[in-house]
Design a protein around this ligand. Structure first.
Ligand SMILES: [Zn+2]
Length: 383
């Protein structure tokens, strides 16, 4: 068994679905690194059930490279797997398991390279940076980016190893997620004078959002044809309201996910939406004072914008032997780094087509490409 496979099988065995703690995996990485005399620092969440980890290998000076990955994975609920999702299974030149592709494969490559990094006598550092709760909105990374801005010397580049088939992505949308909770007043459905329907109020709000989506479609950004679609999008993915056919529903809630072009800001549209919600709330409260509408933000991650002559792009193109960049449809932590002033790129093994699905896998050939990339990086910072 190769060292990468060994480490990957260990990483996969920890059920780090975002709703669970990732501490066992983090302490495995911490122990692994300390076995090489490398100390790591943790940045915990409020209730200390999860942690980000970062570690510096080589001299702690400016000009290093950050390799970034997230430790959490998406759930396997209601998915039909042919193998145990938390046991690494090798078949037909592929490793199967939840997180193999998104994105424990990249983390395993980084960790397996540690002995080579140490042997290389680095002139500049390689920083490892592993976060929690990426899959539910890059939550851990917000704290971690704040932390490294304070504690790490400036770096040449940040490479976020999300699956791009080892291509270099310099562009993706921003993602923001919200919940709307409408509270009405319950009554017999025939007595609309005694109550107010939360579902019908929610319908008005969703209608507003549907119109907003139509407006988005009419406003593509023409110079960004590599983004498909090249306009903002929104989705109401979850909707829950009411209790029975003949009861005016007291509560209705729904999710909203807005994906904006990287230079745009979702708050612009949320301001319009909130203003409309206030108007509907006022109408409801004119009838029943206790009715209300609450809108909360559950996640927000900015988009990634191509950097003219960016360090990270140049470095990643060189290391991956690519001559052009791509855009990706999904969001990543890269935008958070970029907004904090770091030159950032997304480049990692595996295909996003295999992520988040049952029987997630990574081609072993992709792991090998990732290993070559890291080897080249080591050579570069050793000279
Ligand atoms: Zn991911």
């Amino acid at each position: 068994m190769s060292e990468v496979q060994n480490i990957l099988s260990k990483l996969i065995s920890f059920d780090t679905v975002s709703r669970n703690s990732n501490l066992k995996l983090i302490s495995y990485i911490q122990d692994y690194l300390s076995g090489f005399g490398i100390s790591s620092r943790l940045v915990e969440n409020d209730d200390k059930s999860k942690a980000n980890l970062y570690a510096t290998i080589g001299p702690n000076i400016a000009g290093g490279v950050i390799l970034s990955g997230h430790t959490d994975v998406v759930p396997i609920d209601d998915q039909d797997w042919d193998t145990d999702a938390f046991t690494l299974t090798e078949k037909d030149g592929k490793y199967f398991g939840r997180g193999t592709c998104d994105m424990k494969g990249f983390i395993a490559i980084c960790l397996a390279a540690v002995p080579n990094v140490l042997a290389a006598d680095l002139k500049r550092p390689i920083h490892l940076y592993f976060s929690y709760d990426e899959e539910i909105g890059c939550i851990g990374a917000v704290e971690l980016v704040n932390e490294i801005v304070k504690h790490l010397p400036p770096v040449e580049a940040v490479i976020v190893g999300e699956p791009t088939n080892m291509q270099v992505a310099n562009l993706h949308k921003g993602v923001a997620a919200y919940m709307t909770r409408v509270t009405g007043v319950e009554a017999h459905s025939s007595k609309t004078n005694l109550g107010i329907s939360a579902n019908l109020a929610a319908a008005k709000l969703i209608h507003f959002l549907s119109d907003l989506l139509d407006e988005f479609k009419l406003n593509p950004q023409k110079n960004l044809t590599s983004l498909i679609p090249n306009h903002n999008t929104l989705n109401v993915g979850l909707l829950k309201g009411g209790t029975a056919l003949n009861i005016l529903p007291r509560s209705c809630e729904f999710s909203l996910d807005i994906r904006t072009l990287p230079s745009d800001n979702p708050e612009k549209y949320m301001d319009q939406y909130r203003a409309y919600a206030r108007k509907i709330e006022k109408q409801m409260q004119a009838e029943f004072e206790i009715a209300n509408i609450e809108i909360s933000t559950s996640a927000k991650a900015p988009g990634l914008i191509p950097e003219p002559n960016g360090n990270a792009e140049r470095l990643a193109l060189n290391l991956s032997s690519n001559n052009k960049t791509i855009a990706v449809a999904y969001g990543t932590e890269a935008g958070l780094f970029q907004r904090a002033g770091y030159s950032t790129i997304v480049c990692g093994p595996g295909s996003i087509d295999q992520a988040h699905k049952p029987n997630e896998f990574i081609e072993i050939s992709q792991i090998e490409k990732g290993e070559i990339f890291i080897e080249k990086l080591i050579n570069r910072v050793a000279n």
